[in-house]
Design a binder for this molecule. Structure first.
Ligand code: NAD
Length: 395
């Protein structure tokens, strides 16, 4: 559709670098464990590469390639001066002690310390990594290169993190959802919502939607899901899951247990997948009953599922727009670190709403004027910006 030409196509289809490392650590019992680590950089035409670190046993090179590429489009959609990268370690953090997790993180940073940097590639949290992991990354990198808070984002507030970063992805998901519903002549207030995944993104999205009057009727995590037709009390769920408790253990009047597959097909206005990718298979897509799917997770629906959903008239707000709140506030954190400034939470959230609101309006206008799906419109905006920068810089 964009007629970019074969040269640009080839440039955008290939990754700039793929760093594969081994991550050996000594377990608490004295045994040696060796994990696979990855840091892949897709494209840096628009600026230093940026993207999360995931600790998950099923992580492989193909996942990292796809996720790094998505980051290039995401930073372009919200027009922040970064390219895209992704990385992580193939491990199961719930089977590691805190000390082992710290050793995995520090060894991984040691192995990729020449490949990341404040002007080169800046990691952030993703599945199973959090502010504590980011603090270890900053510390380990700073031991090797001197004090460098801007090497990683999503750090604790006490260690040069930004106000509003922890909640940013979930808040951004709800901000985009609200804009969409308002444009469609309805509102978030009284809308029914189902959310898969109750980690960083899922919890903050649930809280933000709940506070704006939405009825959260189903949520789930890796242990399974729960539902309540009159709406769940989200603050109690957040409190309950603190300290590693899972939703399958939650009990309250009017709350029933459901499976993760059932949650994806729950009868709601808005479905928010906020766990792992690939959950909306073509078969599941045939059964989805939501009016709109807001992709808080990265790549929850593949191209085949997309086709099914489009035929069924279900709108999909794509990941590269829906969950871009996290990388946007990561950009604010990096900006503050480079200038040794601290913005208030109010300032961060004001700028977040502005950045997401602008991206949303640009894509909505394209959807309406060219009668496109939201994902296609978002890709046209993103690819156009990256291609332009790549051509201006030259091969
Ligand atoms: P997290 O580790 O904090 O939470 C993941 C949640 O998913 C947990 O509740 C876990 O129990 C659940 N889960 C794991 N496997 C599951 C399964 N098989 N079925 C159902 N639930 C399962 O991770 P997160 O940071 O909230 O990330 C969630 C998604 O959002 C990922 O796709 C991630 O790439 C994407 N994302 C995260 C950020 C961020 O800022 N953290 C930004 C953009 C996109």
């Amino acid at each position: 559709m964009m007629k970019l030409g074969p040269r640009v196509e080839r440039l955008l289809l290939s990754l700039e670098a793929e760093h594969h490392v081994t991550v050996p650590i000594e377990r608490d019992n004295g045994e040696l464990a060796v994990f696979s680590g990855y840091r892949f950089q897709h494209n840096s035409a628009r600026g230093p590469t940026k993207g999360g670190l995931r600790f998950h046993p099923s992580l492989d090179a193909d996942d990292v390639r796809a996720l790094a590429t998505l980051m290039t489009w995401k930073t372009a959609v919200v027009n922040i001066p970064f390219g895209g990268a992704k990385g992580g370690v193939a491990c199961e953090p719930s089977l590691l002690s805190q000390g082992e997790l710290e050793r995995v993180t520090r060894k991984f940073v040691e192995r990729i310390s020449q490949e990341i940097g404040p002007q080169r590639d800046i990691p952030a949290p993703d599945v199973n990594t959090n502010a504590q992991v980011m603090a270890w990354i900053m510390d380990q990198y700073s031991r090797l290169h001197g004090f460098s808070p801007a090497v990683v984002t999503g750090k604790p507030i006490e260690l040069h993190g930004s106000q509003g970063r922890e909640a940013a992805t979930g808040n951004g998901v709800v901000c985009i959802t609200e804009n969409f519903l308002n444009d469609a002549g309805s509102s978030l207030k009284d809308a029914t919502v189902a959310i898969q995944g109750f980690g960083n993104v899922g919890q903050f999205a649930a809280l933000a939607a709940y506070e704006r009057g939405a009825k959260i009727v189903a949520v789930s995590d890796v242990s399974g899901g729960i539902a309540a037709k009159d709406g769940l009390h989200v603050p109690s769920l957040v409190e309950f899951t603190r300290g590693r408790r899972q939703l399958a253990q939650y009990e309250a009047d009017g709350v029933s247990r459901i499976t993760n597959d059932a949650l994806l097909c729950w009868d709601v206005d808005v479905l928010i997948p906020a766990a792992l990718g690939g959950v909306l298979t073509p078969e599941v897509a045939k059964e989805v009953r939501a009016r709109v799917i807001v992709e808080a997770a990265n790549a929850p629906a593949g191209p085949e599922a997309d086709e099914v959903l489009e035929k069924r008239g279900i709108t999909v707000i794509p990941d590269i727009l829906a969950n871009a709140g996290g990388v946007t506030v990561s950009y604010f954190e990096w900006t503050q670190n480079l200038q040794c400034l601290h913005w208030t939470e109010h300032e961060v959230n004001r700028r977040l709403r502005h950045t997401l609101g602008t991206a949303y309006a640009t894509i909505r206008d394209l959807v309406q004027s060219r009668k496109l799906g939201w994902r296609t419109a978002a890709y046209i905006v993103a690819l156009g910006r990256v291609a332009k920068a790549a051509m201006l810089r030259g091969v």
